[in-house]
Design a protein around this ligand. Structure first.
Ligand code: GAL
Length: 694
């Protein structure tokens, strides 16, 4: 089958429309709240409910118990395809009509998940071409989930039809506040149709095979291609890094297209206030999430602490990332009632921490907290997972904490309504950069998320408000922009960053920045490539470290994993820190440089430095950019966040530690009733809300 013909058969229009939308501007025109219905609760609290797994006689009891738990929302449907369409083209929604009606009788808001993560056996048996194929050629079988091929035209036709049938039936029901497309999309497929789509994708991206050959530098190792259909489809292995990065661009385009195939089917059939989303996963690198969300109404994600040992700052970074997908409040579509069942050791969170998780999500911009799940199925892969009810249908011990949390969230909803987190600091997270570094780490220990989080930690803690942005976003709302390792940098992005600095912004680049273009090829200039002249310095050489190297000057301490030697090239570039590496290449060389440019400042730190040194760096740059925290010098266990909107300023404080700590509030702060703050102290695992004077 010819490349063009096949790719044209896939509904590519939607993908292109979504992919070519302009980059998001932040702090503008978010819908009032993530729940989007002005006449409904501003904060959704609820649970995944699978009525298809239980006798109908039980539903009333379950819903009454949910209500008693303080829930106002259920998510239903996302794995029930075999029940909705028991045979090809034969739909049965009578049971679902009754489940929806029952949920409504209990006043629930409803999110409907399209069931396409779990195709029925009749479908995959009759049409095995819809099944996913691994990179090694193995075709998936029935019995799990996500076993479909994301590129299968036939699968998309079935998926679109079931989504459409659902939307026809429930789209105008005012209780249905949102639509979740599929469930945690992610694994790619390497079937013949995917390969043909890949060739079509490359043709669209490069126009001619000559351009691809040039951008991938295929004279290397005789990789030259005569035509697109010679290019193998690979995600891993000994392949050209240009090909491997483009594979990720391909999965991004294909997943966007896959999701939009359903989104465009349901949009004309549903209430305009109802959102369309898909739920995403922890730091998932399967596709570019910024690009995916340009075509969705709200972001939603599933937050799990797999080993039950929370690193709260790192978890907060993921919340900020999800908020950053659209720069709006988001839905926490799933979170754990205590424990998961898929970690090596599924330790439960300590008492109080499930409540902390919910409030942390809200602090970072969630307008919804939904637990997974209400009651585990009587059998199946997830019977060990945390749930609110036990197998006997009675509440598990965690229910009391969740009920308390639900009560608190619904009580605070009017105060939180239409407020969103305040952030003066942006951190650039680039999927391309993460992928490019991961593909060629150079040091095994350069784990991109760990590197990002090590930067995030002191900036978040000291500023108490960080937005995570894509390299294509408008940065004008931020006083300080930190790009921890912006490895892939396009010329257009470099121009925008330069303009941001000249207009008065403060930009700090971290190690490995500005090395590659978006085909994963080296920039002809040394790092930071297209920003080298703007910075007035370049990376003379980079080094992977297996031992610590000293740093002295404005930041002092040690570097590990990675260090770059910087050379100033402009007379006004200041060297702020140098390496202390007797007998080594780096000794005495610049590690941190900075330059005033226009009304702003640009800096470059060439090393991954230890936490104490990072704190010095963050303090200096926050000071330089005049960013002030709402609660200066809070104890490190205490997380602070400020949500503002409609003339209200709500400060949220969470003590993630077990011990009580002093917490001094800004003048005029008024504690909101029932918090865990008393006489200037916040209890261990305590949560407290304060209204601030305007
Ligand atoms: C999520 C998934 C849910 C459930 C949950 C268990 O990734 O969306 O369906 O499996 O994990 O932690």
């Amino acid at each position: 089958m010819g490349v063009r013909r096949l790719w044209a058969a896939v509904p590519i229009g939607a993908m292109l429309a979504a992919a070519s939308l302009p980059a998001m501007a932040q702090n503008v025109a978010c819908p009032a709240r993530a729940t989007r219905f002005a006449d409904k609760p501003a904060v959704a609290v609820g649970v995944s409910w699978y009525p298809e797994q239980w006798p109908e006689e039980r539903w009333e009891t379950d819903l009454a118990l949910m209500k008693e738990t303080g829930f106002n929302t259920v998510r239903i449907g996302e794995f029930a395809w075999s029940r909705m369409e028991p045979a090809e083209g034969r739909f049965d929604f009578a049971w679902m009509d009754r489940a929806v009606a029952a949920a409504k009788r209990h006043g629930m808001m409803i999110v409907i998940g399209t069931p396409t993560a779990a195709p029925p056996a009749w479908l995959t048996q009759k049409y095995p071409d819809t099944l996913r194929v691994d990179e090694d050629g193995a075709r998936a079988g029935h019995g799990g989930r996500r076993h479909f091929s994301f590129a299968s035209t036939r699968y998309r036709t079935f998926a679109r039809r079931i989504a459409q049938e659902l939307a026809k039936r429930y789209g105008r029901d005012p209780a249905v506040v949102g639509w979740q497309i599929d469930n945690e999309v992610g694994p790619p497929s390497f079937d013949a149709e995917a390969v043909a789509a890949w060739h079509g994708f490359l043709q669209q991206r490069y126009g001619s095979i000559d351009v691809l050959n040039r951008r991938w530098a295929t004279q290397y190792w005789s990789q030259h291609y005569d035509s697109f259909d010679q290019v193998p489809l690979h995600a891993t292995g000994q392949q050209n890094p240009g090909l491997l990065l483009d594979f990720r661009h391909f999965t991004t385009a294909t997943w966007i297209d896959y999701v939009q195939n359903q989104a465009t089917a349901i949009r004309p059939l549903i209430d305009r206030r109802a959102f369309v989303t898909t739920n995403t996963m922890f730091w998932n690198a399967g596709f570019d999430h910024f690009a995916m969300h340009r075509g969705l109404d709200v972001a939603a994600w599933d937050n799990y602490i797999q080993n039950g040992r929370a690193d709260w700052v790192a978890n907060g970074a993921n919340h900020d990332l999800v908020r950053g997908y659209r720069h709006c409040n988001f839905w926490l579509m799933e979170t754990q009632p205590g424990r998961v069942d898929w970690a090596p050791v599924n330790r439960a969170l300590d008492p109080g921490q499930v409540r902390e998780m919910a409030w942390q999500a809200v602090l970072h911009g969630a307008d919804a907290v939904l637990y997974w799940q209400w009651r585990s199925a009587a059998n199946g892969q997830e019977t060990y997972h945390g749930a609110i009810l036990g197998q006997d249908g009675a509440p598990n011990p965690i229910r009391a904490e969740i009920a308390k949390t639900a009560r608190e969230l619904t009580t605070a909803a009017p105060l939180l309504a239409d407020t969103r987190p305040v952030a003066k600091v942006a951190m650039i997270y680039s999927f391309d950069s993460r992928w490019a570094i991961d593909l060629q780490r150079h040091s095994r220990d350069f784990e991109p998320i760990k590197a990002f989080t090590d930067f995030y930690r002191p900036f978040r803690t000291a500023s108490q408000g960080v937005e995570i942005v894509s390299p294509d976003d408008d940065l004008s709302a931020y006083r300080l922009v930190v790009a921890p390792s912006l490895n892939v940098l396009t010329a257009a992005q470099a121009r925008r960053l330069e303009a941001y600095v000249r207009d008065g912004g403060h930009l700090l680049l971290g190690p490995r920045s500005g090395m590659k273009d978006d085909a994963n090829a080296l920039w002809p200039q040394r790092q930071p490539g297209p920003l080298a002249d703007v910075l007035g310095a370049r990376v003379e050489q980079f080094y992977a470290l297996d031992a610590k190297v000293g740093i002295k000057g404005a930041v002092a301490g040690t570097a590990q994993v990675w260090a770059e030697e910087l050379t100033p090239t402009a007379p006004d570039t200041q060297v702020l820190a140098t390496y202390d590496d007797p007998g080594g290449w780096l000794d005495g060389k610049a590690a941190l440089v900075s330059r005033k440019l226009g009304k702003g400042r640009i800096g470059y730190l060439g090393a991954w430095i230890e936490p104490a040194a990072m704190e010095q760096l963050a303090a200096a740059w926050l000071e330089g950019a005049k960013v002030r925290a709402p609660v200066p010098s809070a104890h490190p266990d205490i997380e602070i966040g400020l949500r503002e909107g409609r003339g209200r300023r709500v400060l949220i404080a969470i003590n993630h530690g077990a011990g009580e700590h002093p917490l001094t509030l800004p003048a005029g702060a008024r504690p909101v009733a029932d918090g865990d703050w008393k006489d200037g102290r916040i209890a261990g695992h305590g949560v407290a809300l304060f209204e601030l004077a305007e």
